[in-house]
Ligand binder design. Structure first.
Ligand SMILES: N[C@@H](CCC(=O)N[C@@H](CS)C(=O)NCC(=O)O)C(=O)O
Length: 208
């Protein structure tokens, strides 16, 4: 049984979506970031940078932090949404999410959504970067059904919960036809609907 330490954030949702997709037995332990539970010493033993998500596989005592690494682990273990043949291309898009899409949209959330008016420079910089990401993703998806080709993969699972914050981004997802199509297709998956509501609060995937 896998214990997922998570919170209601895009990085947290990636792993509950994956666990739903592969049908592994799991339970979620909430880490309340507002109460700074991520800094508790017990949790820091699993996640040294004090960040969710993290997992413990109680069947073999494996502990992991970093969502990309966890997705690869679960992909290899289940042999689903990740495979040796397509590994290079999947890794490429997964790393693009981990190193670019997530951190940049995260900054956009900080400046535009949580702290408007505090830094004109920060707001403009990350708004522009976010728009560029939407445009580049849309362009890529004009010739690729999913991020890493014709098959849904952990790269899509990693990216989806970030695009699901599109209302916060104020960019207008609807204007990006290919990205919208990709988003709607993934939104309809049973496992995604279930995993998105990672803390079981009845949270729904935002519609376009
Ligand atoms: N690169 C990490 C980023 C994880 C991350 O940024 N987690 C945030 C929530 S989305 C967090 O736990 N923040 C708490 C903190 O930094 O104190 C991953 O993908 O797992």
């Amino acid at each position: 049984m896998i214990e997922l330490f998570s919170a209601d954030t895009p990085n947290g949702k990636k792993i509950s979506i994956m666990l739903e997709e592969i049908g592994f037995k799991y339970k979620v332990t909430k880490v309340d970031l507002f109460k700074e539970e991520q800094f508790k010493s017990e949790f820091r033993k699993i996640s040294p940078f004090s960040k969710i998500p993290a997992i413990i596989n109680h069947d073999n005592d494996i502990e992991m932090f970093e969502s990309g690494a966890i997705l690869i682990y679960l992909g290899e273990k289940s042999n689903k949404f990740y495979n040796i043949k397509d590994r290079n291309v999947i890794n490429q898009w997964l790393m693009a999410q981990m190193g670019d899409i997530g951190p940049m949209l995260g900054q956009h959330h900080q400046f535009h959504y949580y702290n408007p008016g505090k830094s004109k420079f920060g707001e403009e910089r990350y708004f522009n970067i976010a728009k560029r990401l939407y445009k580049d993703l849309d362009e890529h998806l004009s010739s690729s059904v999913f991020l890493a080709g014709k098959n849904y993969s952990i790269a899509d699972i990693a990216t989806f919960p970030w695009i699901a914050r599109h209302n916060w981004h104020d960019i207008g997802l609807r204007k990006f036809k290919n990205l919208s199509k990709w988003y709607e297709k993934i939104s309809e998956r049973e496992a995604v609907i279930k995993g998105y509501d990672c803390l079981n609060t009845g949270e729904k995937i935002p519609k376009i």
